[in-house]
Design a binder for this molecule. Structure first.
Ligand code: ZN
Length: 211
């Protein structure tokens, strides 16, 4: 957590974290004006696989680069522009959840990657919203294989028993957070186990596929 805060509160970038340009800098997000303008808004459906989804960006271009940089290259500071954009859509939606819940990763995957990228984005969003992050309400109990390129049906089947929720979720309004929503299978499966415990769920992602 301290590490994440340190990266978030770093002095303002002098060059863009995506294209390295020094022109058009000055925003709080660490992006140059051109990269910021190149971020396309998500205009897809508000409900995906039965969950209400908030997402500032379409999953392509600059937002996709930020997400991949965070996830695969460990560039935690790339969570900052994503979380700032998420804070904007959240405040526009006028939701006031009790807590942010990052989608958990399986302990095997955590060992492999060293951190949960959704948790990093959640920590950044917590800074900008003042909401607490809760990571102990849902666990990933099955290590689902890489879902890329898999059919929707197979993804749903793999996800069905992937999560286990805690009874303490009962009565809470939770904002379930993931980096990307592609088919919605992960968010939907995780939302289902939390709802079964009596939680109310909204979902938020940095970007979503428009298909
Ligand atoms: Zn740039």
């Amino acid at each position: 957590m301290t590490e994440i805060l340190k990266e978030l509160l770093m002095p303002q970038n002098v060059s863009c974290m995506v294209c390295k340009s020094e022109k058009g800098m000055g925003g709080a997000d660490g992006l140059c004006a051109a990269c910021r303008q190149a971020c396309r808004a998500y205009t897809g459906p508000e409900y995906v696989e039965g969950v209400h989804l908030l997402a500032p960006y379409a999953y392509q271009g600059v937002p996709a680069k930020l997400i991949r940089g965070l996830k695969y290259d460990g560039r935690r500071y790339m969570a900052r522009p994503l979380a700032l954009a998420m804070e904007r859509v959240l405040s526009r939606a006028k939701l006031s959840p009790d807590a942010i819940v990052p989608i958990p990763v399986h302990p095997n995957r955590l060992r492999e990657r060293g951190f949960n990228h959704a948790e990093v984005i959640a920590a950044a969003l917590a800074v900008y919203t003042g909401l607490p992050v809760q990571t102990d309400l849902v666990r990933r109990v099955i290590d689902t294989p890489h879902q890329v390129g898999m059919s929707k049906e197979l993804r749903q089947k793999n996800m069905k028993h992937a999560f286990e929720a805690d009874q303490r979720a009962s009565g809470l309004h939770l904002l379930l957070l993931d980096d990307v929503c592609t088919t919605g299978a992960t968010l939907s499966a995780c939302a289902r186990v939390l709802r079964e415990k009596g939680a109310r769920i909204n979902c938020i992602c940095a970007a979503a596929a428009e298909e």
